[in-house]
Design a protein around this ligand. Structure first.
Ligand code: UDP
Length: 326
């Protein structure tokens, strides 16, 4: 299939491009390089610099490429994803994450592209009762990031109904780790996610880290999350794309491991390799105590289960950061 990957120079996008190319698909990447890196784009993919909120530039790229061969699928990764940043700057999140999706959908409608794969998040669930989320769990985001993703999910649903499109919305849980080649991983300034922060601290790239809150209602007082290797997430996109395009169907699917680990567990796992200089601090705004995926639907519909566990996630990110010194 011919796939347009918007945000394909970013973390999850670049890993998905690797999986798509490994599976024999033709890939065109569009990215504004705001956080993505041109070097992260697979050498066999075509690359265009373009912004998801800019209709004219997306339209031109799709028009030029479609002359060679029309697109079968668009994948959307070009989102802002940092919860605390969204709490401080909601406008940036609504503009990029909601207006960007609307623009992309308009371009798809104009060009008759029927299939969209959309990156959503566990943050749409907010604070579930027991923290285990099925796709039917109540959606009630507690931060602007989650809210913008939920609004976009609904918008995609309405567009699909109006224009006969198919979608596969993936709700990611906590994505981490790096590609086995160690060529691509999560590289950017000011990382805030727990896995890279802990590993940077272990490697001395950061002097110290803070655990945000130790009085949550969880088994050790720190927040519990479901960690999932980025290459497992990426491969699910290849399966999801085939599923919706071939069956003419739409789906919402969680991508997680069905298992929860606390912030303390992450530190202990990294400390199997290197000590981590950490302290305990106040809670961070917008953090639910516990988010764990039910991944039953992914297994039933796509035959997908994660192949890598927490130790693989930590080891791959550790090796990646040692190599890139970042
Ligand atoms: N966290 C932490 N210290 C850090 C970064 C994150 O204690 O330096 C905690 C954070 O408060 C949350 C968990 O780690 O409870 C996962 O946060 P992350 O930002 O990695 O992902 P999120 O679940 O917010 O998407």
């Amino acid at each position: 299939m011919k796939v347009c990957v918007v945000g394909g120079a970013g973390y999850i996008g670049s890993h998905t491009v690797y999986e798509l190319i490994d599976a024999g698909h033709e890939v065109v990447v569009v990215d504004n390089l705001s956080t993505g890196l041109k070097d992260a784009v697979h050498k066999d993919a075509s690359f265009y610099e373009g912004d998801i909120t800019d209709f004219a530039s997306l339209d031109k790229i799709i028009t030029d490429e479609s002359r060679k061969k029309p697109f079968d699928v668009v994948m959307h990764f070009a989102a802002k994803i940092v919860v605390p940043e969204s709490v401080k700057n909601p406008s940036l999140y609504y503009y990029n994450n909601v207006e960007g999706v609307r623009t992309l959908l308009d371009v798809m409608v104009k060009h008759g592209i029927k299939n969209i794969i959309f990156s959503s998040t566990a943050a749409v669930y907010g604070e579930g009762k027991d923290g285990i989320c099925t796709e039917e769990s109540e959606t009630k985001p507690i931060n602007p990031y989650g809210e913008t993703k939920l609004v976009s999910e609904k918008m995609i649903g309405w567009f699909a109904q109006a224009y006969g499109m198919n979608y596969c919305i993936f709700r990611y849980f906590n994505v981490a780790g790096a590609h086995k080649s160690l060529e691509i991983g999560l590289l950017r300034d000011h990382l805030t996610h727990i896995v890279p922060v802990t590993i940077q601290t272990a490697l001395g790239i950061r002097e110290k880290m803070t655990v945000f809150g130790s009085d949550y209602d969880t088994y050790d007082g720190t927040c519990v999350r479901d960690y999932i290797h980025v290459s497992d997430i990426a491969y699910a996109h290849v399966l999801g794309m085939k599923h919706i395009a071939l069956n003419n169907i739409s789906e919402i699917i969680n991508l997680g491991s069905n298992q929860g680990f606390s912030v303390k567990d992450i530190i202990s796992e990294v400390e199997k390799h290197h000590p981590v200089n950490h302290e305990y601090g106040a809670r961070r705004e917008g953090d639910p105590a516990k988010l764990i995926a039910s991944n039953k639907r992914a297994k039933e519909i796509l035959g997908w289960t994660p192949k890598r566990d927490l130790s693989d996630i930590i080891l791959s990110d550790l090796e990646f950061r040692k190599r890139h010194k970042k």
